[in-house]
Design a protein around this ligand. Structure first.
Ligand code: ADP
Ligand code: MG
Length: 486
């Protein structure tokens, strides 16, 4: 039986995080009353003229620069015609033959082998409205989305599996959130994708006939819809059939796709330059300013954490997932380094605290690291107290819980509640003697060879000291007392 290889290219729409629409002043507030966010331009009323939102342009250029696209100094907007109730003008303003960004690539470096997905282009366009079907047999139209600024990112067909496609989407989500270009929330429709899928015999150079899957609105569905389509096409080809080039609609509830329409060709849209909008010129100064304002990107940050702090790739991946969390980590490490010479071991300890305690609490509340009740400086303070022996690691967990609840620094809690570790040998020995004297039976058992009994004595000392005795000292002292004859 032939081995088949899947070939996938994605067309991804990202909603740009602007306050107003792409060509007019209406707000982009999500969740407003239907049709509250309209104006003559959005409604396509005669005489209304579009004017480009400069912030949208800036965000689009940031995105293009971050993926290494070349930014055209001169691009233009085109009308893409189609008839649909949620598109009052009868055309969508998009870009066609002169997109803002060309080329570029996205690196996939999840847990598998690193791969590069090349990009064909990124262009700007406006979103359409939304039709809501089925209200008492009627269809309703909400134009709040109409005119919302989008970037469409078109990949080359470099993706080879549903998993890789989902990884590509995750990488884009991470990137747009780092840049602040978009919220990247698939559930809110801020990030959407159409998947072009074909299948060919492994080793073949030629692409097979593709279908385009629409309506994929979660990371899980990206993978599911593509895997389902690869399976469908493979079965047809193995049965000697041929693939029909068409657009298919993914039905997430049923877990299958249905044919929607035969693939339209570019000529069906009758693209032509929008005469209402002048050619889009990007000056060298503007481009340099936007490029200069880019933050450290996720891939560079990942590399830095591994290189400078010796973190494992898994740790670095988790910590760089969100920019706010990566910022939290960096701030904690520098606060720690200011007061300690052991910066590298501190970084590892901080990485552990963030990934276990902090992320668990934040996750419980659905909260972002930027608003964590424990500041990065406070967390560094806690780790310092463990390092210098002021508190034990076990007590530190309780202290962290109190810090999280109250927002107080570790030092204040430790002082007020008297949680300092008891390291004074004499003090520990006095308590250990009491425990030994109070338990003659256990002493006899220990001396008779039951050395496991040591754990019992350690437990008793810890109980009497509220867990504050230095465990190493307790062990040493008890061993000495118990091993001493009579
Ligand atoms: P159209 O002009 O019809 O939109 P494009 O050539 O621009 O088509 O490609 C659209 C998307 O389809 C791109 O992401 C591209 O990578 C992908 N694509 C093109 N050919 C194939 C194919 N044979 N199999 C899978 N994806 C493909
Ligand atoms: Mg296309």
């Amino acid at each position: 039986m032939a081995e088949w290889e899947a070939v996938i290219g994605l067309e991804v729409h990202v909603q740009l995080a602007t306050a107003s629409k792409l060509f007019s002043g209406s707000s982009t507030d999500f969740g407003s009353e239907p049709n509250a966010l309209t104006d003559p331009t959005v409604l396509g009323l005669p005489g209304a003229l579009p004017a480009l939102n400069g912030r949208a342009l800036e965000l689009a250029i940031q995105l293009g620069a971050a993926v290494g696209s070349s930014i055209r100094r001169r691009s233009r907007f085109a009308r893409k015609h189609y008839f649909y109730p949620d598109l009052p003008k009868g055309y969508q303003i998009s870009q066609y033959d002169q997109p803002l960004c060309e080329g570029g690539a996205v690196e996939l470096r999840g847990s598998g082998e690193a791969r590069t997905v090349r990009l064909r282009r990124i262009h700007m366009e406006e979103d359409a409205g939304k039709s809501i079907h089925g209200a008492r047999g009627h269809s309703l139209v909400d134009l709040n989305r109409a005119g919302v600024p989008l970037c469409e990112i078109v990949s080359e067909p470099d993706i080879r599996s549903g998993d890789e496609a989902a990884e590509f989407m995750r990488a884009l989500r991470q990137l747009v959130r780092y840049l602040g270009v978009s919220g990247g929330d698939m559930e809110k429709g801020q990030l959407r994708c159409d998947a072009n899928v074909s299948v060919r015999p492994a080793g073949s150079e030629r692409y097979g006939t593709r279908t385009e899957l629409k309506n994929i609105n979660s990371f899980r569905f990206v993978k599911q819809a593509i895997e389902n389509e690869i399976g469908r096409q493979t079965r047809i080809l193995e049965g000697g059939g041929t693939i029909v080039q068409e657009t298919r609609l993914w039905d997430a509830d049923a877990g299958v796709s249905h044919p929607m329409r035969s693939k339209e060709e570019a000529e069906d849209y009758r693209y032509f330059p929008d005469p209402d909008l002048p050619p889009l010129e990007v000056s060298d100064e503007f481009l340099a300013r936007v490029e200069g304002s880019l933050p450290e990107l996720p891939a560079a940050r990942f590399d830095r954490l591994v290189r400078d702090y010796g973190l494992s790739e898994d740790d670095a991946r988790t910590l760089t997932q969100e920019r706010t969390l990566a910022d939290y980590f960096d701030r904690a490490v520098s606060a720690y380094a200011e007061s300690s010479t052991k910066a590298a071991s501190g970084a590892k300890a901080l990485a552990n605290w963030i990934q276990s305690e902090l992320l668990r609490e934040l996750g419980r509340e659905g909260r972002d690291a930027a608003s964590a009740p424990v500041s990065p400086e406070s967390l560094a303070g806690l780790v310092r107290l463990i390092d210098d022996g002021t508190i034990s690691g076990k007590i530190a967990k309780d202290v962290f819980a109190k810090m999280y609840a109250s927002g107080e620094p570790a030092e204040a809690i430790v002082e007020r509640e008297g949680l300092r570790q008891i390291t004074d040998q004499g003090e520990i020995e006095a308590i250990a003697r009491e425990v030994v004297e109070a338990n003659p039976g256990q002493v006899e058992a220990y001396r008779g060879g039951k050395h496991k009994m040591l754990g019992f004595f350690v437990g008793q000392v810890m109980k009497r000291t509220g867990g504050k005795a230095n465990p190493k000292a307790v062990n040493e002292i008890l061993t000495r007392l118990l091993d001493a004859p009579g």
